[in-house]
Every structure is written in C-alpha cells, then in structure tokens.
Write a new protein. Structure first.
Length: 281
C-alpha cells in the first residue's frame, strides 16, 4: 500500500483520522498490542501506524530516545511475525518527532498471519478485532497421536524471538491438522536429573524437532542421542545460523522469522506423522 510520507502527506492522513488503514498511537504500546495492530493490517488491506499522535489527531511527538526504542520494537516484531521487514522511519511533523510504519497486505500464500500466541486479528473500520475463525477443520487427519520432542535453545533473555519460534511450532501442528503432541524438557515439572530425563523423553518420543538457532550445545547433544536411537529428526534453524560440520549434511529448514518457520514446518510435520505411522506398521 502506498502512503505519502512527506510532512504534508502525513498531516493529511492525521487530518482524515483513523480508519481501516490508519492507526494512531500516542506512545509505544505494549508489544502484544503493537503486534495485534501489525498483524491486523497485514491480514486486511495493509496500513500505516503513526506513533506520537493522540487518538483525536493531536501531534504529541516522541523524545529521541522514545523514537529509537519504538523503531527497534517495530522492526523486531515485524521480523518475527511478518514475512519481511516493514517500511518504518522517524520523521518530524511540526517540529515534533513521529514514528511511522507501513505494513503491506500479506501475500495469499502466507495468509493468515497470527500473533505469537496463535491469535488471528483483522482490521474492521478503525478497530483491530480478534477473529472468531474456527481452528478445527473437518478434514483433520485421523489416527493415533504421536509424540514429538522439541530440542531448542532456552536462552530467551539473549534472544526473545525464541518464544515466538516455539509458538510457531505449536501453530504449525494445529495448521498441519495431525494429532501430534509436542513436549519440551524445560516445561516438564518435577525433580529429576536433566540429562537422563532428556534421554528418557527422547526414547519415548516418535520424533525430534530440533531448532539450532544460537547453536546451543544441548540441541547437538539431543540430536545426537536421537539419531543414535534411530529417531526421525526435523532440523530447523534461523537463516544465518552456521551449523557444525556433523549436522550440515542433514536437511535443515532455514527460516527468516516465526511466520516462515510455521509455514515450512506444516508439510514437514504431515510427512513425519505419516512416516511414524508407517514405521509402527
């Protein structure tokens, strides 16, 4: 979607008020609210969000520090949820700092875009609304449930996007419409020796979904154990991850963001489910 981002162009947008394609925010909203707005624009007709503008169209402006933080947050959320970085920038309107972000409508091949919690939002008039779309499809593949062990980095403080990647894995299972149960060791309650518990859970699982983003040593250990046990392994990694030599020859799904990970995992999960059933005879 094209918007005139000159000072006069943005003033005109402000004077026309919020709409299906225009949203005002006085300050940077919490990440979850910002994500909903970006996703809603992407799922509808695209749009522009102006930060530093009150709901009634008053140009409040941001401090330089606020503008920098806002830009960083927008780029992080958009790179995690959308298929490409959105067009965002800092500008001056009547001497006040305003941040804008232009979101394009998502291509049909990637529709719908969901938040990291799996929720779907659309733009209805000047409001962002959660969709009531049913998650269950009557064409669900029926059969016995299978168990998948998720091996990935837990260093969320270092890379918050890891949370989005795990949510993308869970969404991919729902979208694949196969009865797969995903399990991750750090979410397992109880008092236990972790290395032994990991090996036990891998042994109990039908396949391992291993994400090598940040090249965590635990994932190499878990994948080695899985392959040594003859388990099916799905390898994933964020684009730019340099895999160690002993894993490079195995097929790996490389992705740019959570949305792309979700999309690429769907056929892999369907094929894995079928292979598990075939092996069980």
């Amino acid at each position: 979607m094209m918007f005139d981002t000159s000072e006069d162009g943005i003033k005109k947008l402000i004077s026309e008020g919020e709409s299906t394609t225009v949203e005002f925010k006085q300050r940077l909203p919490p990440g979850s609210i910002l994500a909903r707005t970006l996703v809603a624009f992407a799922n509808t007709n695209g749009g522009i969000i102006l930060i530093g503008i009150s709901d009634n169209g008053e140009i409040i402006g941001l401090t330089k520090k606020e503008a920098t933080v806002t830009m960083t947050r927008i780029q992080r959320i958009s790179s995690n949820l959308l298929n490409a970085n959105i067009n965002s920038s800092i500008t001056n309107i009547d001497g006040r700092i305003v941040v804008y972000a232009i979101i394009n409508k998502v291509p049909e091949t990637l529709y719908p875009i969901r938040t990291s919690t799996g929720d779907l939002y659309n733009r209805v008039g000047r409001l962002t609304k959660k969709s009531t779309e049913e998650e269950v499809d009557p064409t669900l593949i029926t059969g016995p449930p299978v168990n998948g062990f998720v091996a990935m980095s837990f260093r969320v403080e270092e890379e918050p996007a890891l949370v989005d990647y795990f949510e993308a894995m869970k969404r991919a299972v729902r979208e694949a419409q196969v009865p797969i149960n995903l399990m991750r060791i750090d979410l397992l309650e109880g008092d236990y020796e972790i290395s032994q518990k990991i090996m036990d859970k891998i042994s109990e699982s039908d396949f391992v979904l291993a994400d090598f983003t940040l090249n965590p040593s635990n994932v190499y250990f878990e994948v080695g154990n899985a392959r040594g046990s003859g388990k099916i392994v799905i390898q994933t990694a964020r684009l730019g991850t340099l895999l160690e030599f002993d894993t490079r020859n195995w097929r790996t799904i490389f992705y740019k963001n959570a949305t792309e990970l979700e999309k690429e995992l769907i056929p892999a999960l369907v094929n894995t489910y079928k292979e598990v059933l075939k092996r069980k005879g």
